[in-house]
Design a binder for this molecule. Sequence first.
Ligand code: NAP
Length: 352
Amino acid sequence: MSNKRRVAILGATGAVGQRYIQLLQKHPWFEISVLAASDRSAGKKFKDAVTWLMETELPKEIGEMPITHIDVKSAEQTGDFDLVFTSLPSDLAGPTENEFGAHYPVFSKASVHRMDKDVPLIIPEINPDHIELVKVQQKKRNWKGFITTDPNCGTIGMTLTLKPLMQFGIQQVMVTTMQALSGAGYPGVSAIDIIDNVVPYISGEEEKIESEALKILGSFNGATVDYAKFQLSASCNRVNVKDGHLESIFVKLDKEPPLEKIIDVFTQFKGEPQKLNLPSAPAQPLIVRHEKNRPQPRYDRDAGQGQSVVVGRLRKDPIMTLKYTCLSHNTIRGAAGGGILSAELYVAKGLA
Ligand code: NAP
């Protein structure tokens, strides 16, 4: 018998759920035992309910698995599981994650609990110590399980680049995002709205980026998180790209390090996942490209199996201190890949 941890995926038929399924194939620590989706899909075999969007084939045994309803009782009747990955619409994620979190470790991709005082918001390379907040949560809520969250897909790339810049004192950050279509889920934005077009609005996205980065870059004081103090302004656009969020970032620092020094701190940046050699950790979280016209979504989104953030166009800025472009794969590092890396961190630290 395998001693891998068994996982339930809630929202398994969606853009993120499918990415979880793809990335968990042959995972050394986790195996899929329960798939859940809406009442439209529950009761069907997975292959009959899903519009499979991944570049790799739908694994045969996954296609034959039944889809269950999204509640603890139905999930437990379908199979045993030790932890839960959720990729649900936010309104539904609120009560559902509370129901599961009372009994199981829940790794959430939804926004609804991210800013709760007793819920960690984790990027494993940046704030691995914040996972201890689940102990506060369990005590307060008298839960056996917990909820832990991952940031918005637009927050992750930018925040990974800001972490190594904090040593120079960040005063202000401005970011303009060019976000891929898969970030809106499936079927997402209608073709007629996005062909030959850019949509300069994504509901709730700017507020999420502006608040989440400050929590992630804050410090855990044993009871709660003290937020980082710099100013952050985001402007978000939906563009006609399948996967990969490109971001144009302007940063004002206390110090003015030479660009070679910035390249050096980006390139050297590593965190707990690399130290612990977690199965989904990229060797290099930040990869610097030196060509004038990179990163680009089509060429760079799969760097480090989609878990690395690619930075380029680094230069001095006449108003702020420096500016650069970064790219991250929104359904891998920005969603399922980030969720799996978080879960690996919790397992490695004995918390899940
Ligand atoms: P999606 O493609 O629309 O998938 C939504 C999933 O939730 C599907 O499995 C769907 O099942 C299920 N669902 C919808 N309504 C339901 C209901 N009433 N009851 C039970 N299940 C229901 O969305 P997604 O892009 O995967 O996003 C999922 C979550 O992750 C969202 O909160 C999103 O904000 C977040 N997120 C997404 C990305 C990204 O890049 N896409 C990145 C970070 C975070 P059916 O197929 O049966 O309808």
